[in-house]
Each structure stands twice: as structure tokens, then as C-alpha cells.
Design a protein. Structure first.
Length: 560
């Protein structure tokens, strides 16, 4: 007799469950199917963003893979929102909360429907960590599949992407390009389906998940509109069935060493600052003891090798052409940077998966050699000091300035700060501060890609420092520091800053500080009054439940 692979759906056995089975028969489940494991296919398909526009078709391929392997596939949907579309508007406040909505909704379906396994397909920035948090909390055999990267756009013979448009706004404001040129860039940047093309948040997190062993080898760098991507999702459906056969669960794979592998790959590729926030949140769900200080420990060990946007020349599709993330992992493993004995969803270890993986193409320029890296250590740095006692995050790839001291220019909203930049009221040497936009204060910790790109477009990317308790997009580059915690809303030191206070950012020493004594900070604290906390709808729920960004901005952190 063959092994019963059902973990939860055996709850439908017996006379008492005839009504339950009657409902399932209406969606196509047969007598024979009730003996098989039921596998959910969580689709993030939507028409609201190019990142996810193709995932309906991918979900069908995943369903076919599950069915061919011997399981009963059931597609269900969850939401997605687009950071690129909401950026710079009030809609951006919903971006980070959407991660937890996605996670909670997938976990809810897996739990309520008594599913035995899961294929989760995500593409845009918050889909990926949302799916992974759900996988950790559901803890049934599961595989994540990345929807894939968009192809680069083309303008005047050069590759461009969405960040080119954001920076174009700054160039236009500066008088460097006219209306027609900005319109031409706008119309050429996003040529089809797939997530933003550089080593921005979606590609960063997809790479991290592959390094963690939770997606199929080679799948994170396969483009959205490719035969390889269709095969990825079909193979994922088959892989989940194999995990059921071999009793492999997500928490068997998502160990501390697996997270270290993910951080290593993120550092080598020059990934998004959001990786720190999201990996902390996934680790929290997986009950892995990962802290913000672990990122500095790994940063000191791992060189930055990838010449990828936003601080380099190439995009994810270029990396795919020279061997992909798998080839980078093979290089890192051979040089002793990865834990090769970590288990993966294939049932094999990282080292076993990489044994027959392709090496980087001879003569390629996307990945620099160890003897001539982009940077000798990692580009993501956690800064601490009297302005951020529990940690802030900076991405220093491509930034020549290692220390900046200047007067604070303090704004309580992104809108006011953007108006000041566009009116040329922010000067070289200034420290532009945008506060009350943290997880609670935003609420939702919005990204500041719009204003950071305008600064770059106006030629102030390294002459003006930009500080915030909010976040930055993976597309942001320049002299920027985000995730400042504790945030202003809860009385963190950033709430006590006043116009003209001298602020120092030192990436070499990993320090962020303000030239004020403890006594002066305490005096100001006595006069500080917390603004009212948002209290309506999803943003209100989020504001009242979300943790500090240094804890991953999770909404089920119970030891408050």
C-alpha cells in the first residue's frame, strides 16, 4: 500500500465529513482525489502592476505540475500592490502592510482549507516576503516561485528602467531635459511583464529565497516572459509533492545557516535595504534567532561583487544571461562563503544542487572577481548611535562619501520635503530629515524613492544626506539612511531633532549621531508630545500592532 501523503486533508475522511466533501466535489474533487494530498497554489495575479500581470498563466502551470506529480491542485488568489505606482503618493503607506495582508491571507486559506502543501507565486516587492512569512507560519511542505524580472526598456540606444523615470523627474526640474524627453523615457521604461529589473527589492528577495533553499535552483533569475519561467512553476508543483513524499518541511530548511546564506547572496549582489526588514520578518515567522546585528557581522565578511543597478550598469536579465544567481552561488560556495550542507526543497543540499550548476560565462562583466570586487565588504550597513539606538540601515554601494556632517533640515512629511527640494531650498551639505513615516507613524513605513531619485536627478545624490524613519526602494542610491529606529512616532531621538542640529553619518564607523548631549535630548523629550496614532481601517490596525523596524516591522510581535 502506498504511503498516505495527506497531512491535513485527511480531516475530510469519514461519515461526519460528507458535507465537507460535497462542497469539494463541486470544485472537481473526485473519490480518487480524496486519497491524494491537496496542494494550494497561491497566486498573486492582478492587473494593477506589470510585476504580476502574467501570474495567472504561471499558476495554471504550477497546477499542472501538482496534478502530474499525483496531488490535487487548488488555485487561490491573494492581493498585490505596486510600490512603483504608489510611490510618492498616500498610497505608499499601504505597501508594507500589504506584506502582512498577503502573508495572513495565504496562511488563512492553507489553514481553513486543510491543505497539505503549497506553491506560492509572487513577483512584486511585498509578495515575496509575504509568501515566505505565510510558508513559515503554515509549515506545510511548500515551494516559492518568483514570477521573474522584467526586460529592460530602451531609450536612445541605452537600457533604462523605472528608476530612470524617477530620476528623470529630477533632471526635468533641474532643466536638464524637456517635457518631450521625460515623456519618451516614461513611455519606454517598462516594456512588459515582470518585476523591476535592477537588483531592487523583488530581485533581491527572489535571490535571497533561492539562497535560502526555498525555491528551485536557478529559478530566481529566470525572466518573467521566458520558457524557463513557465518550467519553474510546473517543476515547483512537482517539487512540493516530492517534499510530501520525503517529509521535508519549511522549518527543516529555514535554519539560521540558511538565513546566513541568504544574507551572503544579498551582500554579494548589492541588494536592497528592504532585505534586512524582510529577512528579519521571515526569520521571526520561522522562529529563527536572527537579529539586525547579524547583518553587520555578515557584511564584514562578504564582498560586493555584482555590477547591477541601481549602483551599477546591469539588470537581472543580464545576470541571467551569464549564469544567473545559481552561478553566483556556485562561485560563493567554492570560495567558502556559503553553508553548503544546508537542506533545500529539492531534498538535496546547497552543495549538491550546485555541483552541476553552470559557472559564470567566460569574459562576463556583470559579476566582478574576488580580487577586484565592487567593494571589499558588503554594501548594506546597520548604523547605530544616539540618533538611532536600535539601528538604521544604509546602502553604501557606489557612494564615495563615507562621512557626512551637516545641519538637519527637518520635515514631518515627504510632501513638504519634496516641495523644498523642488524649490531648490535644500543646499549642498544639508541633512534632509523626513520623520513620522515609520511603521507606526506613516503608518506603513513608506518608501522614499521619489525624493531620493529627484535628489540624484538634480545632482545632489551625494552632497545632500537623506535620513528617514521610513524606507527606501531597492532602486534608491545615494547618501541615504532609512529604518531609523526607534521611530519618531514612539519618541525615538529622530523626533527630537530641530532645524540646524548637526548630524553625522559615518559608514566606516557604522555610526549615526546628532551633536547633542544626553541631557539636551532628555530636556527636549519632556516637551515632546506624540501625534495621534492612526486608528481607522487596515492602516489603523497596522499602526497599533506593528513592531519596530529593527524587529522586521512584524505585526505579531507579542513581547511588546
Amino acid at each position: 500500500m502506498s504511503k498516505d501523503l495527506r497531512i491535513k486533508s485527511n480531516a475530510f475522511d469519514g461519515t461526519m465529513r460528507a458535507p465537507n466533501r460535497a462542497m469539494l466535489r463541486a470544485v472537481g474533487v473526485t473519490d480518487e482525489d480524496f486519497k491524494k494530498p491537496m496542494v494550494g497554489v497561491a497566486s498573486t495575479w492582478a492587473e494593477v502592476t506589470p510585476c504580476n500581470i502574467h501570474i495567472d498563466e504561471l499558476a495554471v502551470s504550477a497546477k499542472n505540475g501538482v496534478r502530474e506529480a499525483g496531488g490535487v491542485p487548488l488555485i487561490f488568489n491573494t492581493i498585490t500592490v505596486s510600490d512603483g505606482i504608489s510611490m510618492g503618493t498616500q498610497g505608499m503607506r499601504y505597501s508594507l502592510p500589504s506584506r502582512d495582508v498577503i502573508a495572513d491571507s495565504i496562511e488563512t486559506v492553507v489553514g481553513a482549507e486543510n491543505l497539505d502543501g503549497l506553491v506560492a507565486i509572487g513577483a512584486c516587492d511585498k509578495n515575496i516576503p509575504g509568501c515566505m512569512i505565510a510558508i513559515a507560519n503554515s509549515n506545510v511542505p511548500a515551494v516559492f516561485v518568483y514570477g521573474g524580472t522584467i526586460a529592460p526598456g530602451s531609450h536612445r540606444g541605452k537600457d533604462i528602467d523605472i528608476v530612470s523615470v524617477f530620476e528623470g523627474v529630477g533632471k526635468h526640474n533641474n532643466g536638464d531635459i524637456d517635457d518631450n524627453e521625460l515623456k519618451a523615457i516614461e513611455c519606454s521604461a517598462c516594456p512588459g511583464a515582470g518585476a523591476c529589473g535592477g537588483m531592487y527589492t523583488a530581485n533581491t528577495m527572489a535571490s535571497a529565497v533561492e539562497a535560502m533553499g526555498m525555491s528551485l535552483p536557478g529559478s530566481s533569475s529566470n525572466p518573467a516572459e521566458s520558457a524557463e519561467k513557465a518550467e519553474d512553476v510546473k517543476a515547483a508543483g512537482q517539487a512540493v509533492y516530492s517534499m510530501l513524499e520525503n517529509d521535508i518541511y519549511p522549518k527543516d530548511i529555514m535554519t539560521k545557516e540558511a538565513f546566513e546564506n541568504a544574507i551572503t547572496v544579498v551582500m554579494a549582489l548589492g541588494g536592497s535595504t528592504n532585505a534586512i526588514l524582510h529577512l528579519l520578518a521571515i526569520a521571526h515567522a520561522a522562529e529563527v534567532d536572527l537579529t539586525i546585528d547579524d547583518f553587520n557581522r555578515m557584511q564584514e565578511k562578504v564582498p560586493h561583487l555584482a555590477d547591477l543597478k541601481p549602483s551599477g550598469r546591469f539588470v537581472m536579465q543580464d545576470l541571467h544571461r551569464v549564469g544567473g544567481v545559481q552561478a553566483v552561488m556556485k562561485l560563493l560556495l567554492e570560495s567558502g562563503y556559503l553553508h553548503g550542507d544546508c537542506l533545500t526543497i529539492t531534498g538535496k543540499t546547497i552543495a549538491e544542487n550546485l555541483a552541476d550548476a553552470p559557472s559564470l560565462t567566460e569574459g562576463q562583466e556583470v559579476i566582478m572577481p574576488f580580487e577586484n570586487p565592487k567593494r571589499e565588504d558588503g554594501p548594506l550597513i546597520v548604523l547605530k548611535g544616539n540618533l538611532s539606538p536600535t539601528g538604521a540601515v544604509a546602502k553604501v554601494s557606489g557612494v564615495k562619501v563615507t562621512r557626512h556632517t551637516g545641519p538637519a533640515r527637518v520635515f514631518d512629511t515627504e510632501k513638504e520635503a519634496t516641495a523644498a527640494v523642488m524649490a531648490n531650498e535644500i543646499n549642498d551639505g544639508d541633512v534632509l530629515v523626513i520623520r513620522y513615516v515609520g511603521p507606526k507613524g506613516g503608518p506603513g513605513m513608506p518608501e522614499m524613492l521619489s525624493i531620493s531619485s529627484i535628489l540624484v536627478g538634480k545632482g545632489k545624490g551625494e552632497s545632500v544626506a537623506l535620513l528617514t524613519d521610513g524606507r527606501f526602494s531597492g532602486g534608491t542610491h545615494g547618501l541615504v539612511v532609512g529604518h531609523i529606529s526607534p521611530e519618531a512616532q514612539v519618541g525615538g531621538p529622530i523626533a527630537l531633532l530641530q532645524e540646524g542640529d548637526m548630524v553625522t553619518i559615518d559608514s566606516s564607523e557604522k555610526v549615526i549621531s546628532v551633536d547633542l548631549s544626553d541631557e539636551e535630548l532628555e530636556r527636549r523629550r519632556k516637551d515632546w508630545v506624540a501625534p495621534p496614532l492612526y486608528s481607522k481601517g487596515i492602516l489603523g490596525k497596522y499602526a497599533h500592532n506593528v513592531s519596530c523596524s529593527s524587529k522586521g516591522a512584524v505585526t505579531d510581535y507579542l513581547n511588546k
